[in-house]
Write a protein that binds this ligand. Structure first.
Ligand code: AMP
Length: 399
C-alpha cells in the first residue's frame, strides 16, 4: 500500500509517497510560498529528474491538487491514478493530552485537534488545513493523524508538571508536552535494533539536534522526560529559539527595552538561540563552526554554550533514569556534524563514553560510534519522520 505523508506548515507543504510494505520512498516534494507571490512545487520522483513548477497556489487545497497531479502525471508521475494511494498520514504538531497515539481521522478527531489549536497556534491550524484539503480532493481515502506530542504522553506527572499553581494545569492543561515525538520514537526504536537489545530493556537518551532541538529520556520503552515543554520554546538552545531561560528575563527586558510581551516572545522564538547568542552571525551551525575554527569569539561562545546545554541535559536525564545505556544523535546537526558530537561526548568521560573518531567521521549511516569497550554507547541515526508517519498510518489502516 502506498501512503502519502503530508506535513503542512502555514505557507508550505512537504510530502512523501512511501510504499508501506517495502518502505521505499517513491517520490517526495515541497510546495513553498502557498498564498504568497512566487509559490512553487519542487517534485522529486525517486530515480528521475527533479521537476520545479513555478505556479500560483492560492491555498493549501490548490497545493494538494498540484501534488496529486504531479504524482499521477503521464510523464513524471509515479502512480496511475489516486486509487493507488491507499491512505494519507498527516503530521500533527499538538495533540494535547487527548492523543497518546496515532488515530484514524474522523469528524470527532478533527474537532479534538481543533481544540488543541491554542496550544500550538502556529502549527495546528496549518495541519488542519492540510487535512481539509486532502478530504476535499480524496474523500474516500482514509487519513491518519500522527502527533508530535504523542510519544511523550507516557511521561510521569513529576516530569510533566511545572512548579506553578496546580490550578493552571487543572484549568488550562499547562504542562510539559514535548515535541519531535515521531523522531524520538523512530530513533530510539532504531537504536534498540542496532544494539541488538530489546527496546523494553534499555535506558536511552535521544538528542534531536536540528534548527529545532530537543532531548528525550526513554526508559524501558517509554518516554519519561523531554526538554521541550508546553511549547517548543523550552529546553536546548536552538537555531533561533532561546530554550530555557529565567522567566523573569521577560519582564526585565520588557522594561529595559520598552517592549510588549508579544514582542519579547517573538525575540525569544525568532531572534534568540544560536542566532542571537552569536550576535546575529548565523543560525546555521556550519557558519558557526567555520567561525569557531577561525578562532572567532562569537563562534566559540555560541558553540561552547550550545554544547554545554546539551551535556547538562544528558546528565540530568541520566540521573532521571538512574543510568543510561546509549545516547543517540539525530537531525541536521546531530546526524551530520561530527565536530559537535565529538565536543559533546568529550564532556561525557564520567559516564565512560569513548568515541571512536574514525566511526564518528562517517556520514549518512546508522552507526554505533563508540569504541567496543565504551561503557555507554553513542549512536548516530539519521531520523526519518516521514517513514515513521507512513508506518504508523499503515499500522492504523491494516493493523
Ligand atoms: P534540521 O532542522 O534538522 O534541518 O537541522 C538544521 C541544522 O543542521 C543547521 O544548523 C545545519 O547547520 C545543520 N546541518 C545540516 N546539514 C549539515 C551538514 N551537512 N553538516 C553540518 N551541519 C549540518
Amino acid at each position: 500500500m502506498n501512503i502519502l505523508v503530508i506535513n503542512c506548515g502555514s505557507s508550505s507543504l512537504k510530502f512523501q509517497l512511501i510504499d508501506a510494505v517495502t518502505e521505499e520512498m517513491i517520490a517526495k516534494g515541497l510546495c513553498e510560498r502557498i498564498g504568497i507571490e512566487g509559490s512553487q512545487l519542487v517534485y522529486e520522483p525517486t530515480g528521475k529528474d527533479k521537476v520545479v513548477t513555478v505556479t500560483p497556489m492560492e491555498d493549501h487545497t490548490q497545493a494538494v491538487k498540484l501534488v496529486l497531479q504531479a504524482l499521477t502525471d503521464d510523464k513524471t508521475g509515479v502512480v496511475k491514478d489516486l486509487s493507488e494511494i491507499g491512505a494519507v498520514g498527516h503530521r500533527i504538531v499538538h495533540g494535547g493530552e487527548k492523543f497518546s497515539a496515532s488515530t484514524l481521522i474522523t469528524e470527532d478527531v478533527i474537532k479534538a485537534i481543533t481544540d488543541c489549536n491554542e496550544l500550538a497556534p502556529l502549527h495546528n491550524p496549518a495541519n488542519l488545513i492540510g487535512i481539509a484539503a486532502c478530504k476535499e480532493l480524496m474523500p474516500d481515502t482514509p487519513m491518519v493523524a500522527v502527533f508530535d506530542t504523542a510519544f511523550h504522553q507516557t511521561m510521569p506527572k513529576e516530569a510533566f508538571l511545572y512548579g506553578i499553581p496546580y490550578e493552571y494545569y487543572e484549568k488550562y492543561r499547562v504542562r510539559r508536552y514535548g515535541f519531535h515525538g515521531t523522531s524520538h520514537s523512530y530513533v530510539s526504536h532504531r537504536a534498540a535494533e542496532l544494539l541488538g537489545q530489546k527496546y523494553e530493556d534499555l535506558k536511552l537518551i535521544v538528542c534531536h539536534l536540528g534548527n529545532g532541538a530537543s532531548v528525550s529520556a526513554v526508559k524501558n520503552g517509554k518516554c519519561v522526560d523531554t526538554s521541550m515543554g508546553l511549547t517548543p520554546l523550552e529546553g536546548l538552545i536552538m537555531g533561533t529559539r532561546s530554550g530555557d531561560i529565567d522567566p523573569a528575563i521577560i519582564e526585565f527586558i520588557a522594561h529595559k527595552e520598552n517592549k510588549s510581551i508579544d514582542e519579547i516572545m517573538t525575540i525569544l522564538n525568532k531572534k534568540s538561540g544560536v542566532l542571537g547568542l552569536s550576535g546575529n552571525l548565523s543560525s546555521d551551525f556550519r557558519d558557526l563552526q567555520a567561525a569557531y575554527e577561525k578562532g572567532d569569539e562569537a563562534g566559540i561562545r555560541t558553540i561552547e554554550t550550545f554544547a554545554y546545554r546539551v551535556t547538562k541535559y544528558i546528565g540530568a536525564y541520566t540521573a532521571a533514569m538512574n543510568g543510561v545505556d546509549a545516547i543517540c544523535f539525530t537531525a541536521g546537526l546531530g546526524e551530520n556534524n561530527a565536530f559537535m558530537r565529538s565536543l559533546i561526548c568529550s564532556r561525557l568521560g564520567y559516564l565512560g563514553v569513548t568515541l571512536d573518531e574514525e566511526l564518528n567521521a562517517k556520514r549518512g549511516e546508522d552507526l554505533v560510534i563508540t569504541t567496543a569497550d565504551s561503557k555507554v554507547k553513542v549512536l548516530m541515526i539519521p531520523t526519518n519522520e516521514e517513514l515513521a508517519i507512513a508506518r504508523e498510518t499503515y499500522a492504523k489502516i491494516c493493523g
